[in-house]
Design a protein around this ligand. Structure first.
Ligand code: ZN
Length: 411
């Protein structure tokens, strides 16, 4: 496929270029490239800017089914009184459609890959396979009652079945949190991660009360510093504890933290410490949108309110793209020949992006996030309001039925 006359979001690339895609890969970038025989050609005539896609490093994609179901509640009531009882009613088919609807929202907002933690993960994997997105999937692991009820075994079965599927689906391990997993269970999970070289992600100091029960040193020393680790939230950490995360990829979920009353993570201090921060939206029932550009904007504002020099545009863009790829251990994150064709197309005629010579600044500080198209491994999963890989109407019909089944008529 030959994409003609697109403006590549890269320093020094303001003139339109042509991009040749060969299968899943960016094959060539140049000017006046000639179509080869039988090559599909799309000429964007300079109307679209192309960026590498965004990575959402933490969500619970099926929770779109529970969106707006538990509003205006403190965290404990939100989780233990509303969300968990509703989740007990979820079926694999419901989870499948919840994940598809979340991927529709993410794709329309430029997301090409995400890291998920939930249950019925085989259904999520089927949804990711069908939709065409990239994902690292983790079965949420809990042994609160002294028994994990086969969850770790399920995670390993998921790994055997799906890890490496179509160069898009990868399987990691997702211990839920230090307050829902015993220390011996965490040690066991980390041993399994080391043996299979699996990525590990876990909610990490999201709540202030966690500090009354354990310290970051205690948790990290179980072995989280010896695996590829995405600690999620990292809100309640002291300055001298940040270096504990120097080899990890913290997922910052600031909108969820603010909405659930958990505070704001110390992002500026983390950046000064040199941490490779990434962006997570958290689940659609605690944000409630899963548009990483909205999260990055809020994140920037929380840091600039005390000092406008905090969080540069280039740092924000790296969180959305390059660091996200590294966090999920995906090849890519830049527009260069040989890299996977994970591209998003943004309409340059959008008044929010004017003047277009400062398109990166406008993308980060102004753009509402709705892209024109999203391509993953050379295939469009979103194009001009349509979702070529799924029957959107049918999906939404089924999704609504399942959402009502789970949440009932409760408001
Ligand atoms: Zn979460």
């Amino acid at each position: 496929m030959l994409l003609k006359n697109v403006v590549i979001l890269k320093p020094g690339f303001l003139e339109p270029r042509d991009i040749r895609i060969d299968g899943k890969i960016i094959a060539e970038i140049g000017q006046n490239l000639r179509p080869e025989q039988n090559e599909e050609v799309i000429d964007f005539k300079g109307s679209k800017c192309v960026s590498v896609g965004f990575v959402n490093t933490h969500t619970h994609s099926p929770m779109s089914l529970l969106r707006a179901f538990a509003e205006d509640l403190p965290f404990n009531k939100w989780l233990f009184e509303k969300i968990l009882p509703a989740e007990a009613r979820l079926t694999p088919e419901a989870v499948y459609f919840g994940a598809i609807v979340s991927m529709m929202e993410m794709a329309a907002h430029g997301v090409v890959a995400f890291c998920d933690m939930y249950f019925h993960m085989d259904a999520v994997a089927r949804a990711v396979a069908d939709f065409g997105m990239k994902a690292v999937l983790t079965r949420g692991l809990v042994d609160k009652d002294g028994d994990d009820n086969g969850r770790l075994q399920e995670a390993l079965e998921l790994y055997e079945k799906w890890h490496g599927f179509d160069d898009r689906i990868f399987v990691g391990l997702g211990p839920h949190a230090p307050y829902t997993c015993s220390r011996s269970y965490l040690r066991k999970i980390l041993d399994v991660a080391k043996v299979n070289d699996m990525l590990v992600t876990m909610h990490f100091f999201e709540n202030s009360w966690e500090r009354e029960r354990y310290t970051p040193q205690e948790i990290m020393s179980i072995g989280f510093d010896q695996v590829h680790f995405i600690p999620v939230h990292c809100v309640h950490l002291d300055s001298d504890e940040l270096k504990l995360l120097s080899s990890s990829y913290p997922s910052i979920n600031v909108v969820s933290n603010m909405k659930l009353g958990n505070g704001v993570p110390p992002v500026t201090k983390m950046l000064k410490e040199g941490l490779k921060l990434t962006i997570g939206t958290d689940g659609p029932s605690s944000n409630n949108s899963i548009n990483p550009l909205f999260d990055i904007r809020v994140l920037i504002l929380t840091q600039k309110m005390s000092n406008p020099e905090n969080v540069k545009v280039t740092e924000a863009y790296a969180m959305l793209t390059k660091h996200g790829y590294e966090a999920l251990r995906l090849n890519g994150g830049e527009i260069t020949p040989g890299m996977p064709a994970d591209l998003i197309f943004i309409d340059l005629f959008n008044p929010q992006l004017q003047p277009t010579n400062r398109v990166l600044e406008n993308l980060i500080h102004t753009f509402d996030g709705r892209v024109f198209a999203t391509m993953i491994n050379g295939r469009f999963v979103y194009y001009d309001g349509r979702f070529p890989t799924v029957d959107a109407q049918e999906v939404l019909k089924k999704f609504t039925t399942f959402s009502l089944m789970v949440t009932g008529t409760e408001s």
